[in-house]
Design a protein. Structure first.
Length: 541
C-alpha cells in the first residue's frame, strides 16, 4: 500500500533492491519481477542496485531468476559490469554449477568486465568446495600472477581442500605462498595442515606445525588437539595421545566425538579394555556416543574374546537410532553371527535391506559366518561360496535366501527366491538347490519338487546337495520308497558319498517312523568313511 502511494505521489524509490529482496524473501517472485520491470521502465537500476538484486536471488539459490535478470541487462546494455559478474559467479557456486561459473569468468573480458580480487576469491573458494582441488590451485596461481593478493579465506579454502584430499605436500606449498604474500595464517589453516599430516601418520610434521602455531601466539583449539590425537593413534603412541586428551578435558567444550572415538580406537587396537570402556561409558552418560563408538567397542570385545559384552553393545546399538549405515549394520551382524545368534543376524540384515542399504563384502562375510554356525549341510555353504566367487547375477539373492531359510524367516526367503527366478542369466544347479532348500524348509514340498523337475527339464544333473534336499523333501512327503532308493544309490556309488546326505537319510527315516532303518544307517557310519567337501565360503575382498 505504501509503495502504491509513493508511486501515485511521484516519489521515487532509491533502494529498489531492498524492495525486491523483500518480495523474494516472502516468496513473491512474480511481484519481485513486476516491481523490477517497473523500475527499469521508469529510471533503470544502477550497477550497484542491479548487483544487489542478483545477490538477493543468489542467496535463495534462485540462479535461474538471477541469470534471467543478468542476461536481460547484458542484452540491453551490451556490456557486463565486474560487480554483476561476481554475483553471478556466486549464484552459480551456491547452486554447484561450477562449469557455468567458470564460463562466466572466461567470458568477462570479452564483454568489457575485468576480473578483480573479489572475482578470484569467490571462484577459488567455490572450486575448493567442489570436486577439483587442482582447478582451485591453478586459479590461485593465476590470481597471484595477475598481481592480486588472495584473502586469508581463499588461502585457507585451498589448503583445507588439499588437506581433505590427503595431499599434504600441495597444502604446504600453498601455505608457503601465503607466508610470501604477507598473509598471516590462523588456527584453521594450521589445523588443516596438522590434520593432513595426522591422517598420513606423519607425526613429526604434524607436531612441527603445531609448534609453529604455538610460537605464533595462536590458541590451540579442539580441532588441533583432535588432529594430534589422530596422529599419535596412527603410530600407537597412547601415552602422548592420552596426555592431549586429558588437556582437552579442560577446554570449555571438552573433547569432541572424533577425539573420543580416536582414543577408543587406539585403546582397542592395544587391547586396553578398561581405558576404552571408561571413555565409552562417559560418552553414553553424556548422550554424545555415536555409531563409530559402538562399532569400535564391539570390535574390541570380540577381539578380546568378550563375546557377551560385544553382544550387549550390539543389542544397544540395534535399539538406537544410530544404526543407520552399512558400517554399523555390518558390525552388529558380525557380532551376532560370531556369537551364534543367527536369528538376530538375519533380522538385522532384513532391517538393513528394508531401508535400502546395499550389502557389501563385509555383510556377506558376516552372513557366511552365520551360515557356517547353522545346521545347514556343509555342501550348501560350500556351494554358496563358489557361487559368490563366480559373481552370478543371482549370487547375492541366493546367499540372502539361504540365511533367511536357515533361521525360519520363510516369507522373506521366498521374496528373494523371486529375485533368483527373475535373474537374466540361466540358473545353474547351485541356484536350484537354494530354491529347493527354501521351499522344503518352509514345508512347501510340492513347490520344491516343481523346481527339481524344472531343473531336470533344463538338462541339469542333480548333485549331492540336490539329493540332500530331496531326501528331506520325500521324507516330509511320506515317500519312503523314494528315500530308500536314494539310500541304495548312495551305497552302490551311483550317488557320491556324503556325511550330510547320511544325516539327511537318518532324519528322514526317523520322521517316517522307521527307527530301525535310521539305526541301520547309523551303523554304516562305523564301516564307511564319508568325505566332507572343501569349504569354499571365503569372500573375496
Amino acid at each position: 500500500l505504501m509503495l502504491e502511494e509513493m508511486e501515485q505521489s511521484g516519489i521515487s524509490i532509491d533502494e529498489q533492491s531492498v524492495i525486491i529482496q523483500m518480495y523474494i524473501d516472502l516468496g513473491q517472485l512474480d511481484r519481485a519481477q513486476e516491481f523490477l520491470e517497473g523500475c527499469q521502465r521508469v529510471r533503470g537500476l544502477s550497477s550497484v542496485n542491479h548487483a544487489a538484486v542478483l545477490d538477493a536471488y543468489a542467496e535463495k539459490g534462485l540462479w535461474k531468476e538471477a541469470e534471467a535478470v543478468f542476461l536481460d541487462r547484458r542484452e540491453s546494455e551490451k556490456k557486463m559490469e565486474t560487480m554483476e559478474c561476481n554475483v553471478m559467479i556466486k549464484a552459480y557456486g551456491i547452486a554447484n554449477m561450477h562449469d557455468q561459473a567458470l564460463s562466466m569468468f572466461e567470458s568477462m573480458r570479452s564483454h568489457g568486465a575485468w576480473p578483480d580480487e573479489c572475482t578470484y576469491n569467490s571462484l577459488i573458494q567455490m572450486l575448493s568446495d567442489g570436486e577439483s582441488a587442482d582447478a582451485a590451485g591453478d586459479f590461485l596461481t593465476r590470481m597471484q600472477e595477475s598481481v592480486f593478493r588472495p584473502s586469508r579465506e581463499t588461502f585457507c579454502a585451498v589448503i583445507a581442500r588439499y588437506a581433505r584430499d590427503s595431499r599434504a605436500a600441495e597444502a604446504v606449498d600453498v601455505y608457503r605462498q601465503m607466508i610470501r604474500a604477507g598473509v598471516d595464517p590462523n588456527e584453521i589453516i594450521y589445523g588443516s595442515l596438522i590434520n593432513a599430516f595426522a591422517e598420513a601418520g606423519n607425526v613429526e610434521e604434524a607436531l612441527h606445525y603445531f609448534h609453529v602455531m604455538e610460537e605464533s601466539g595462536l590458541n590451540t583449539n579442539q580441532v588441533v588437539y583432535t588432529s594430534l590425537i589422530k596422529a599419535y593413534s596412527k603410530i600407537g603412541s597412547w601415552r602422548e595421545a592420552q596426555e592431549l586428551y586429558e588437556k582437552m578435558l579442560d577446554l570449555d567444550d571438552g573433547p569432541d566425538i572424533i577425539a573420543s572415538n580416536s582414543m577408543i580406537r587406539l585403546y582397542s587396537e592395544l587391547g586396553m579394555v578398561h581405558e576404552a570402556k571408561s571413555i565409552f561409558d562417559k560418552l553414553r552418560a553424556e548422550g554424545s556416543v555415536d555409531g563409530v563408538s559402538f562399532t569400535t567397542m564391539m570390535h574390541l570385545y570380540k577381539n578380546m574374546g568378550m563375546v557377551d559384552d560385544a553382544v550387549e553393545v550390539a543389542q544397544e546399538l540395534r535399539q538406537s537410532d544410530l544404526l543407520a549405515d552399512s558400517a554399523s549394520y555390518n558390525a552388529v551382524m558380525s557380532t551376532f553371527s560370531t556369537s551364534g545368534q543367527l536369528k538376530d543376524c538375519a533380522e538385522v540384515l532384513h532391517q538393513m535391506l528394508v531401508i535400502k542399504i546395499s550389502p557389501n563384502n563385509t555383510t556377506f562375510k558376516a552372513i557366511f559366518t552365520a551360515l557356517k554356525k547353522s545346521c545347514l549341510p556343509i555342501e550348501a555353504t560350500s556351494q554358496l561360496g563358489m557361487l559368490n566367487k563366480d559373481r552370478k547375477p543371482y549370487s547375492k539373492q541366493a546367499i540372502i535366501t539361504l540365511l533367511f531359510s536357515a533361521v525360519g524367516m520363510h516369507s522373506h526367503a521366498q521374496k528373494y527366491c523371486e529375485g533368483i527366478m527373475i535373474a537374466e542369466a540361466k540358473l545353474d544347479v547351485r541356484a536350484y538347490n537354494v530354491l529347493i532348500y527354501a521351499f522344503v524348509a518352509s514345508g512347501e514340498v510340492d513347490k520344491a519338487l516343481n523346481f527339481f523337475m524344472k531343473m531336470q527339464d533344463e538338462g541339469l544333473e542333480a548333485d549331492t546337495m540336490t539329493y540332500i534336499n530331496l531326501v528331506t523333501c520325500y521324507g516330509r512327503a511320506g515317500l519312503i520308497e523314494v528315500v530308500k532308493r536314494i539310500h541304495r544309490q548312495m551305497k552302490s556309488g551311483e550317488i557320491g558319498q556324503s556325511a550330510s546326505l547320511l544325516n539327511a537319510l537318518v532324519d528322514a527315516y526317523r520322521n517316517l517312523g522307521k527307527r530301525d532303518l535310521a539305526d541301520l544307517v547309523n551303523q554304516e557310519r562305523w564301516f564307511d568313511s564319508y568325505a566332507q567337501p572343501e569349504d569354499e565360503t571365503n569372500v573375496e575382498n
